[in-house]
Design a binder for this molecule. Structure first.
Ligand SMILES: Cc1cc2nc3c(=O)[nH]c(=O)nc-3n(C[C@H](O)[C@H](O)[C@H](O)COP(=O)(O)O)c2cc1C
Length: 400
């Protein structure tokens, strides 16, 4: 049975939702599921914009057949060749041998690498090329590393619709609600959107910036991403988030305390700091235990907030492994422009503080406050003054 939504008079959403997949990219938990979006335009020619993950292939094929209503499929525009979007290309080809695929040179290379026989079906496009499908004229804009090197976005000049590939996407299944104005995005979706952006595309901020610059020159009325809601109102809200995230600017002044603790003493010290901060009036404080918070969530929150406190035990003369993993992820994603503070703990040879400092010093545009707390197994009254100075240092640095 088909399950489609009308996007405009002649454009249909023909994607689907997956609630069964536990880990996106086999790494990131997606408790709210994920949607794979694909769009079918009925003009003088019929045009499919991207395909879907194989997990929802059957639903997708039924949707296409329903919307086509017996018409041939003339074109398939492939903006992005990652398998969660490109996996169904070959099946569409088998069912519609008449189809011509419009894509970039690199995407065709990837199609062959993934084993698709696309010979005789290829129309290669580059930046600025325009293709007319009847009433609709579509131009193609390269978007390398947003989030793979072959990526492009397509812009329907006639209706002002941006087919944005992996840009402006979000984790979360749509479950009937296709448009941003059919959901409470700022309440129910923004955390998943941020976790999607920061972990999937976060590393490529400068590439996203260059795409945003190009987007600024065209009159976009609607954004059709490959995951999550279609944007048809309040576009500025999401464009502004993307601008901040891709410039690595925090969304909020606030303190994120990330702690690693085996027996609870470092955790107690983290609580002590949180209480002091709130006592001093800084109440935008969140706390995360590295041992029970997925690193994708830690990364997302690190993009959101301005100040990060790392509180870690020393573990076999090193940083606690899960804290180390978080720091490595942060570095891999190229995160910048944050202020850190350090709380270290050790019972006989305390090393975690200096090691965490070294790690952060190696990253771009990161500050570490001089104020630091060193615990010998547990926090005592003797540490009180240092903890107070640390809290003051955090609050002071927010004023700058
Ligand atoms: C497996 C293991 C390895 C540790 N390695 C060190 C170490 O190399 N140097 C040190 O000073 N403390 C070491 N510690 C002690 C911890 O850093 C920490 O002081 C202690 O676990 C108390 O903090 P917590 O209650 O937050 O876990 C180790 C503890 C464990 C369980």
């Amino acid at each position: 049975m088909h399950c489609v939504r009308k996007v405009t008079e002649d454009l249909y959403w023909v994607g689907g939702n997956d609630h069964r997949l536990a880990l996106f990219e086999n790494i990131h938990p997606i408790p709210r599921g994920v949607s794979y979006n694909s769009y079918l335009l009925l003009d003088e020619k019929t045009v499919l914009f991207d395909t879907v993950d194989w997990s929802i292939g059957r639903q997708f094929l039924e949707n296409i057949e329903y919307v086509l209503g017996g018409r041939p499929l003339d074109y398939m525009v492939i903006n992005h060749m990652e398998p969660d979007h490109g996996a169904s290309i070959e099946e569409v080809l088998l069912r519609h041998p008449e189809v011509q695929i419009i894509s970039t040179e690199k995407a065709f290379m990837l199609m062959r690498q993934f084993g698709f026989d696309v010979d005789g079906h290829m129309i290669e496009v580059t930046e600025g090329d325009v293709q007319s499908f009847g009433k609709h004229e579509v131009t193609f804009v390269s978007a390398p590393m947003v989030h793979w090197p072959e990526a492009m976005v397509s812009f329907d000049i006639t209706d002002g619709i941006l087919f944005a590939a992996d840009a402006f996407g979000s984790f979360g299944a749509l479950d009937g609600k296709l448009f941003n104005d059919e959901v409470n995005f700022d309440r129910d979706w923004i955390d998943d959107a941020r976790r999607y952006y920061t972990n999937i595309v976060g590393k490529y901020g400068p590439h996203v910036q260059s795409l945003l610059k190009k987007a600024g020159t065209i009159d976009i009325k609607m954004i059709c991403p490959l995951h999550g809601p279609v944007w048809r109102s309040d576009l500025g809200y999401f464009l502004e988030k993307y601008d901040k995230w891709s410039r690595y600017e925090p969304e909020e002044q606030g303190v994120m305390i990330v702690y690693a603790s085996m027996y609870g003493n470092t955790e107690a010290a983290a609580q002590n700091l949180a209480a002091r901060l709130c006592e001093k009036g800084m109440t935008n404080v969140v706390m995360y235990d590295v041992s029970n918070t997925h690193v994708s969530q830690l990364i997302s929150e690190t993009f959101r907030l301005s100040h990060i406190v790392l509180a870690s035990v020393t573990y076999n003369l090193g940083i606690y492994p899960l804290m180390h993993n978080y720091l490595m992820d942060m570095k891999a994603l190229n995160l910048q422009k944050r202020t850190f503070a350090v709380i270290e703990n050790g019972s006989w040879a305390c090393k975690s503080g200096s090691l965490m400092r070294e790690f952060i010093d190696d990253m771009r545009e990161m500050d570490v406050l001089d104020e630091q707390v060193t615990l010998m197994s547990s926090m005592t009254e003797d540490n009180g003054d240092d903890m107070d100075t640390l809290a003051d240092g955090l609050i002071e640095s927010m004023k700058q």
